[in-house]
Design a protein around this ligand. Structure first.
Ligand code: GAF
Length: 386
C-alpha cells in the first residue's frame, strides 16, 4: 500500500471513526502534446503520472453522503437525492458532480446506499496536472465498484467530464479523465477525441536515457473562469465560419481559405488547433519510427504555437521553456490548458541537474517565484489501491 493510501485510510478512520471498505486511486496527467484539440474533436497524447488522488470510502446504511478532504476541515453532508449541479460548490463539486453524472449516464441510483469518503492527493492543485480529473476519476472508479454499476473506463471518463462541465462549470474536453483512467505504465494514451478510440503507445524514455521534468510555475489558473472558455468559443466560431462541425474537419491545406474568411485573431486560434492536431500525429509516428529523442522539436513547436497563435502562455512558462532548451533539453512546452500551471521538458538524464539549475537561475533573474521542479514517470490509470 502506498504512503498516500495509508494516509487516506488513517484520515478516514480519524474523521468517521470506522474503517473504510477500500481505497481507490487515480493519477494526474501530463499532456505530452495535443493542447486544446480535445474539444475540437481532435487528437491528444497525454500520460498518467506517478502522482495521484486517493479516496477512502465506505458505504452507509442510509442515503446520506459525507465527504472530507485532507486539505480542509469541512465535512460536506448531503442526501443522495439532493445531489445536483446547482446544489454543489467548491471542492465538493468534483466528487458530488460525479455522483450526479453517473445518474445522468444511466446508473440507477434509486436503491444504492450513501457513503462516507475521505480524499487525499499528491497532485499539485492548479498546476495544470489535472488534479480535478484525478478526483473525479478516483471517485468514479470507487463508486463504479461499490455500487456495482459495470461502467467501462471510456464511460467513466465521460462521467468525469460531465461533472467538470456541469457541476464545476469548466467547459473542458475529455482528455484529462481519459488519461487518468486509460493510462498505462511507461506509455501514453493516443486518443482520437471524436471516436474516443484510444491506443496505448510505449514511451521508452528510460531506455533512451531520457527523463520528463515538470516545472510548476506556481502561476495558478482555473478553467471555470476566463480564458479557457474564450478560446473554446473562438474555435467554435472559426469552425462555424469555415462551414464545418468542428476544427477536426480542417487541415493545413484549409488555412489559405481560412485567411480569406476569418478575422486575424480567429485565424490564429484555429491555426494553432489545426497544426497541433498534425503535430500529435507526427509525434506518434516519430516516436514509433525513431524513438523519443526525435520528438523534441515537435514539443517545442507546440509551445511556440500556444504562445504566438493560441496566446495561452504566460512569461513564467516561456522562461521555463526557453531556459530548459538553452541548457540542453531536447524539447519543452507548457502543458495543460494554459494561463499558468506547468511546463514540461524532455531532458537527457545526464543533463537533468544542469537543466534544473538553469531554469531556477532564469526564474531568479526574472524575479519570478521559485518554481517546483520534479520528474514524473508514466503510470497506470485509476485502480483500487487497497
Ligand atoms: C484542460 C482541459 F481540462 C482539457 O480538456 C484540455 O482541453 C486541456 O486543458 C487543453 O488541452 O486540461
Amino acid at each position: 500500500m502506498s504512503e498516500l493510501s495509508t494516509r487516506a485510510r488513517a484520515g478516514f478512520e480519524e474523521r468517521f471513526e470506522r474503517e473504510p471498505l477500500g481505497v481507490w486511486r487515480a493519477p494526474g496527467r501530463v499532456n505530452l502534446i495535443g493542447e486544446h484539440t480535445d474539444y475540437n474533436d481532435g487528437f491528444v497524447f497525454p500520460f498518467a503520472i506517478d502522482r495521484s488522488t486517493v479516496v477512502a470510502l465506505a458505504l452507509r446504511q442510509d442515503r446520506t453522503i459525507q465527504i472530507t478532504t485532507a486539505h480542509s476541515e469541512d465535512v460536506i453532508r448531503i442526501g443522495l437525492d439532493d445531489v445536483a449541479p446547482d446544489a454543489v460548490s467548491g471542492w465538493s463539486a468534483y466528487p458530488l458532480g460525479v455522483v450526479w453524472a453517473l445518474g445522468e449516464f444511466g446508473a440507477d441510483l434509486s436503491g444504492v446506499a450513501g457513503f462516507d469518503a475521505h480524499i487525499d492527493s499528491d497532485v499539485p492543485i492548479g498546476a495544470g496536472l489535472s488534479s480535478s480529473a484525478a478526483i473525479e476519476s478516483a471517485v468514479a472508479v470507487a463508486l463504479n465498484e461499490v455500487w456495482d454499476l459495470g461502467f467501462d473506463r471510456q464511460l467513466l471518463a465521460r462521467v468525469g467530464q460531465l461533472a467538470e462541465n456541469k457541476a464545476v462549470g469548466a467547459p473542458t474536453g475529455i482528455m484529462d479523465q481519459s488519461a487518468s483512467l486509460l493510462g498505462q505504465k511507461d506509455a501514453a494514451v493516443f486518443l482520437d477525441c471524436r471516436s474516443l478510440d484510444a491506443e496505448v503507445i510505449p514511451l521508452g524514455f528510460e531506455a533512451a536515457g531520457l527523463v520528463l521534468l515538470v516545472i510548476n510555475t506556481h502561476v495558478s489558473h482555473s478553467h471555470a473562469t476566463g480564458g479557457y472558455a474564450d478560446r473554446r468559443e473562438s474555435c467554435e466560431r472559426g469552425a462555424r465560419e469555415m462551414g464545418v462541425s468542428s476544427l477536426r474537419d480542417l487541415d493545413v491545406d484549409d488555412l489559405d481559405r481560412a485567411s480569406a474568411v476569418l478575422d486575424a485573431e480567429t485565424l490564429r486560434r484555429i491555426r494553432h488547433v489545426i497544426t497541433e492536431d498534425q503535430r500529435v500525429l507526427d509525434t506518434v509516428r516519430t516516436l514509433r519510427l525513431s524513438g523519443p529523442e526525435a520528438i523534441g522539436d515537435l514539443l517545442t513547436a507546440s509551445h511556440a504555437s500556444m504562445r504566438d497563435d493560441f496566446e495561452i502562455s504566460v512569461p513564467e512558462l516561456d522562461v521555463a521553456v526557453d531556459s530548459a532548451l538553452a541548457a540542453g533539453a531536447i524539447g519543452a512546452r507548457m502543458t495543460g490548458g494554459g494561463f499558468g500551471g506547468a511546463a514540461i521538458a524532455l531532458v537527457r538524464t545526464t543533463e537533468l541537474s544542469a537543466v534544473s539549475d538553469a531554469v531556477l537561475a532564469a526564474f531568479a533573474r526574472n524575479g519570478f517565484e521559485t518554481p517546483d521542479l520534479f520528474t514524473v514517470t508514466a503510470a497506470d490509470g485509476a485502480s483500487r489501491a487497497d
